[in-house]
Design a protein. Structure first.
Length: 264
């Protein structure tokens, strides 16, 4: 998709009434096929997409499903697909903000192409203006139902530990949090990446204990998969923006995104 196409899609989405829209879909094959069982969703500001994001996706591809015991470790990679979810605000944003969305989406497209070609997993890019994960879950699962697949496709949101805490925090919801979480966990699972670095609010052991002690329905707990964060998790989008020399001195983004950033 060229720049003009992305800009048109963004402008149309901001002015329209849709809350979720897939704007591009797998280079090699459709994202949803009769074989698809799991859709791995990474929701991020992607400013820029970096190797930490890629490592989360790679680790989820390798371990999600096998952990649940439903599939063997050698199960076909064709049962999994990836959705890169980019959130935008409402239509009253100005031109400068729209241009920033376009810039980031170019990089998300490059990441999607890399996932499709290098990891061998179908990947799509989607826009949403929903802010709560429960709404994003409803929108994505509604889209999946429209695809009329014969088998159920489970959605997995890939989250950092701090993001999971926010998802479970009642202050973000107007209604009864248990009703909201019941709606979310009815249709989606979570893959939470435990962080072993100083920037996290607690050590890994305490993160594990926190998840164990959660006062939520046990059935919901079983829908939270724990993975340890990859070493690339220490890569920071803000650090890349603040110090562009990292593009030359550090292995922080895929080559096509590095080239894109250096041209800008």
């Amino acid at each position: 998709m060229n720049k003009l196409d992305i800009k048109g899609v963004v402008q149309g989405f901001l002015k329209g009434k849709e809350r979720f829209k897939v704007i591009s879909e797998g280079l090699n094959r459709p994202v949803v096929t009769p074989l698809t069982r799991q859709l791995l969703i990474l929701d991020s500001s992607f400013n820029p997409p970096h190797l930490g994001h890629l490592s989360m996706i790679r680790q989820a591809i390798m371990k999600v499903g096998t952990i649940q015991g439903n599939y063997t470790a050698v199960s076909s990679i064709n049962t999994k697909s990836v959705l890169l979810l980019f959130s935008v605000n409402n239509a009253d944003k100005g031109t400068a903000e729209t241009e920033e969305y376009v810039r980031r989406l170019h990089m998300v497209e490059l990441m999607s192409e890399y996932i499709s070609t290098e990891l061998g997993v179908a990947c799509c890019v989607a826009l949403t203006n929903a802010s709560l994960f429960v709404d994003k879950s409803d929108l994505i699962n509604g889209w999946l139902r429209q695809r009329r697949t014969s088998m159920e496709v489970e959605t997995y949101f890939l989250l950092g530990f701090d993001t999971l805490i926010r998802l479970l925090d009642a202050k973000y919801y107007d209604g009864n949090i248990n009703e909201v979480l019941a709606r979310f966990f009815k249709s989606s699972r979570i893959v939470v990446f435990l962080r072993n670095d100083p920037s996290c609010r607690m050590a890994v052991a305490k993160q594990v204990q926190f998840l164990h002690d959660l006062t939520i329905d046990d059935n919901w707990k079983q829908r939270i998969v724990q993975l340890e964060s990859p070493k690339e998790w220490g890569i920071s989008s803000s650090a890349i923006r603040a110090n562009p020399s990292l593009l030359d001195t550090g292995n922080v983004v895929i080559p096509s995104i590095r080239d894109f950033l250096k041209r800008k």
